[in-house]
Design a protein around this ligand. Structure first.
Ligand SMILES: *[C@@H]1O[C@H](CO)[C@@H](O)[C@H](O)[C@H]1NC(C)=O
Ligand SMILES: *[C@@H]1O[C@H](CO)[C@@H](O)[C@H](O)[C@H]1NC(C)=O
Ligand SMILES: *[C@@H]1O[C@H](CO)[C@@H](O)[C@H](O)[C@H]1NC(C)=O
Ligand SMILES: *[C@@H]1O[C@H](CO)[C@@H](O)[C@H](O)[C@H]1NC(C)=O
Ligand SMILES: *[C@@H]1O[C@H](CO)[C@@H](O)[C@H](O)[C@H]1NC(C)=O
Ligand SMILES: *[C@@H]1O[C@H](CO)[C@@H](O)[C@H](O)[C@H]1NC(C)=O
Ligand SMILES: *[C@@H]1O[C@H](CO)[C@@H](O)[C@H](O)[C@H]1NC(C)=O
Ligand SMILES: *[C@@H]1O[C@H](CO)[C@@H](O)[C@H](O)[C@H]1NC(C)=O
Ligand SMILES: *[C@@H]1O[C@H](CO)[C@@H](O)[C@H](O)[C@H]1NC(C)=O
Length: 700
């Protein structure tokens, strides 16, 4: 009881910045990334979750055209004009047998490849433009510059870069605004007096490539798009038109300078400061609207300084700097850099794509099954305002189209889509339309939020979403006459996406997650003094037992050759049954012998070479709950789970770099180590580690 009162007391304090015992600033700044050359794969970034600017070693996009990306910048190529497929309504999908009935799925029809491809590739996220240093000679490369040095100050959101050219020093500061799509730039150099330094602005054209890394867009399709310059007093606006997409770049500077362009055959504009200039400050705002209030350079620097200081001083924190172990130092480095990078790339008004605002993966679209990994850490690290930028509103926004999707397939409730863009449309695909593990995510988010905010606002804000989600989850299972149980699938894809969808029935993780989701939905109604629909309870109570093979969980019921061949490839979601989910609060308890056997078999038999990103933290979370912190750390530091010098999660053999689910799932595992979980709250670090933690609550 005392503990309960204490917990309630702590809960009441949530939202108020934690009193910091830890010298957070010292810990954070000791991991400031430093570079003396551009990385071949990643920029250093400034940004605010909805907008980010990726810089090379000059602090701008001079030699490596890293991207400037946003939540709102998207483009459609024109619709196909042939094959009778000239509108998106012409897409028919495919009818697949689903328990004897034909059900229509958004699976590409081979006879309609043009419209299917269009729907997959459009809209794609665009690189809004690049800003670089202009030199008086065309043959200046990064190698020509000397004494290159660059630091990203994580505490202020500022990149400081310096180098010499023609023996003359140049200093560049790069900042991003916190509430607009603005870069603030300051450049200091004597080179202006020799007329040999300026800035350029250039604009790429989008491509139809699924992945675009490290750079986004092409600069040599100049005839396919247009730019127009409008000059003002110490300002200029460049309008960029790509088919139906148009937006504006407003540039404001605070000393004498002239802008001209575009240079023949390009969309490149050049801003040249006058010869008296020693320092030029400018702010560059990207926006879909023509005239907007543009913050000044000093507005940007003060907003950034204040926002980042408050970000670092609020929420939870882990200090491992008292541990004398290179493992602890590496975990700390990954933690701090992941905190920075997820705030820059993932705290957006729509869920983030896997590569954030760095480059494009899956055309810049986001995946609704991945948003739990991306966004749950904001809740677990007590940074709720960053979570609330997209959750739960994105579910409200997509509710109608998800109800429509379910209805067309003869289900009740809302069936959430998969690979999505801001319109809420789910891109066609066999896996895209048959995956189901995104469905219970709202329950997970809601329950974690309720833990910190157990009030009616929370109950109300999720009620409609949870109700529609549960209605689908209760209507999706198929009553099996011979077993009198409610089967999941077929056809369906489990988390691992590598089984025959027509044979996949009762996958272990999905069954566990279905039970979890329905349990929460029922509890949610009870908390509101309502009775949950009988159907939810019936379905939950008649879910089949989790399938096993060789005394361990099986990917799905009856899977042939479990524990060899391709079944031990791809995401080892069997580890999430106990790693990500809490023990079931209804039905039979988990058989812990099976849970333990599963963990051992995955460790010994799974093709970990084929794993990537969140697989390793998911395995680590399972190890933690099983009481094996050393194994958890071994997964988190697995040689195939790499983070580069600036903390970007390396994609590995399967996907380009960065792959941000690696960062966010890493933060989830660290939150579990720092805050524990219901049956074992508190820290779970290796014995003898002197660790300080602040602001965590136990996980589910
Ligand atoms: C792309 O086209 C779709 C379908 O017409 C439309 O819903 C969406 O708003 C368009 N997006 C952009 C960025 O033009
Ligand atoms: C699954 O069944 C559908 C028909 O319902 C068929 O079109 C499809 O090819 C089958 N897929 C596999 C992998 O067997
Ligand atoms: C543009 O550059 C790409 C990559 O270098 C090249 O493949 C393509 O042919 C070029 N296109 C034009 C129109 O020059
Ligand atoms: C540019 O437009 C032309 C003509 O429509 C087209 O053939 C070409 O593929 C386009 N270039 C790119 C890079 O999309
Ligand atoms: C209730 O919870 C919401 C989050 O859902 C939070 O913003 C609000 O401050 C809480 N209200 C009270 C009175 O605690
Ligand atoms: C019913 O369950 C049994 C045992 O799991 C299974 O073999 C059978 O295929 C199921 N029936 C249908 C129609 O899915
Ligand atoms: C549910 O009922 C209890 C007891 O009557 C009451 O204290 C509580 O405020 C009610 N909750 C809601 C959400 O109506
Ligand atoms: C748990 O699983 C093990 C291994 O399959 C089995 O031997 C044991 O009987 C199970 N325990 C229960 C209570 O079902
Ligand atoms: C560091 O972690 C690796 C991988 O888990 C482990 O093999 C090694 O023993 C650890 N080193 C120390 C000093 O704890």
């Amino acid at each position: 009881m005392l503990k309960r009162i204490f917990t309630l007391f702590l809960v009441a304090l949530q939202g108020i910045p934690a009193t910091c015992e830890i010298d957070r600033r010292k810990v954070v700044q000791s991991f400031n990334p430093r570079r003396s050359a551009s990385s071949k794969t990643t920029p250093l970034q400034v940004g605010n979750g909805n907008f980010a600017f990726g810089a090379d070693v000059t602090g701008l996009q001079t030699f490596s055209p890293f991207a400037t990306m946003s939540t709102w910048g998207w483009h459609n190529f024109s619709l196909p004009t042939t094959g009778g497929q000239t509108s998106i309504e012409d897409f028919t999908g495919m009818d697949w047998y689903t328990h004897g009935q034909l059900v229509n799925y958004d699976i590409p029809n081979p006879a309609q490849s043009e419209i299917s491809d269009w729907l997959i590739q459009n809209p794609q996220r665009i690189n809004l433009g690049i800003i670089g240093l202009w030199f008086d000679r065309d043959d200046v490369t990064e190698e020509v510059l000397e004494d290159k040095s660059q630091t990203l100050d994580l505490w202020a959101g500022k990149i400081s870069s310096s180098f010499t050219y023609n023996k003359t020093p140049v200093q560049v500061e790069t900042w991003a605004d916190t509430s607009s799509d603005t870069v603030g730039i300051a450049i200091e150099s004597e080179l202006f007096s020799a007329d040999s330094l300026g800035l350029f602005f250039d604009f790429p054209f989008p491509t139809r490539n699924k992945y675009e890394a490290p750079f986004v867009g092409v600069f040599n399709a100049t005839d396919n798009h247009t730019t127009t310059l409008q000059r003002g007093q110490n300002t200029a606006t460049i309008r960029h038109d790509i088919d139906d997409t148009s937006y504006y770049v407003s540039i404001t500077w605070y000393s004498a300078a002239e802008i001209s362009g575009p240079i023949e055959g390009t969309h490149r504009y050049v801003l040249r400061p006058s010869q008296e200039t020693k320092r030029i400050e400018l702010s560059v705002t990207f926006s879909p609207a023509a005239s907007i209030d543009t913050p000044s350079f000093s507005d940007v620097t003060s907003a950034s300084t204040a926002w980042w200081e408050s970000f670092w001083n609020s929420g939870a924190f882990i200090d491992l700097t008292g541990v004398e172990s290179p493992n602890a130092t590496e975990l700390q480095r990954r933690t701090i850099l992941s905190q920075y990078l997820t705030a820059v790339n993932s705290a957006s008004s729509y869920p983030p794509q896997e590569s954030g605002l760095v480059n494009n993966g899956w055309y810049g679209k986001f995946h609704l099954e991945m948003i739990l990994w991306h966004l749950l850490p904001f809740a677990r690290w007590n940074q709720f305002p960053l979570l609330w930028r997209s959750v739960p509103n994105v579910y409200s926004q997509y509710l109608d189209s998800s109800i429509e999707r379910a209805k067309l397939q003869h289900y009740y409730g809302a069936r959430w889509g998969k690979m999505t863009d801001p319109t809420g449309r789910s891109a066609p695909g066999e896996i895209n339309s048959l995956l189901i593990w995104q469905q219970p995510h709202p329950m997970y988010f809601a329950e974690v939020e309720y833990r910190s905010f157990p009030n009616e606002t929370t109950l109300k804000s999720w009620d409609k979403i949870l109700t529609s989600t549960a209605e689908f989850m209760a209507s999706y299972p198929y009553f099996n006459e011979s077993t009198a149980l409610c089967d999941l699938g077929p056809p369906m894809y489990p988390v691992s996406e590598n089984t025959n969808p027509n044979a996949t029935i009762n996958p272990a993780f999905e069954l566990a997650y279905w039970r979890f989701g329905l349990d929460i939905a029922i509890k949610w109604k009870q908390r509101q003094n309502q009775t949950a629909p009988r159907k939810w309870v019936d379905i939950r109570d008649n879910l089949p037992a989790l399938p096993t093979a060789d005394d361990a969980f099986a990917v799905y019921e009856g899977i042939p050759n479990m524990w060899s061949g391709t079944t031990v490839q791809d995401h080892p979601a069997l580890s999430a049954i106990f790693g990500l989910l809490p023990p079931p609060s209804s039905g039979p308890p988990l058989n812990m012998t099976v849970v333990k056997n599963t963990a051992d078999k995955i460790r010994d038999l799974w093709d970990l070479e084929d794993c990537w990103g969140w697989d390793f933290p998911m395995l680590a979370m399972n190890s933690l709950r099983l009481g094996d912190v050393n194994q958890a750390i071994a997964y988190l530091l697995h040689p195939l789970f790499e983070f580069d010098d600036a903390g970007y999660p390396v994609g590995g053999s399967r996907v380009p770099t960065p792959y941000f689910p690696g960062s966010s799932s890493f933060l989830l595992a660290m939150a579990m180590m720092a805050g524990g979980w219901d049956s074992e709250p508190g820290t779970h670090f290796p014995e003898g580690w002197k660790v300080q933690v602040e602001g965590f609550v136990a996980g589910l």
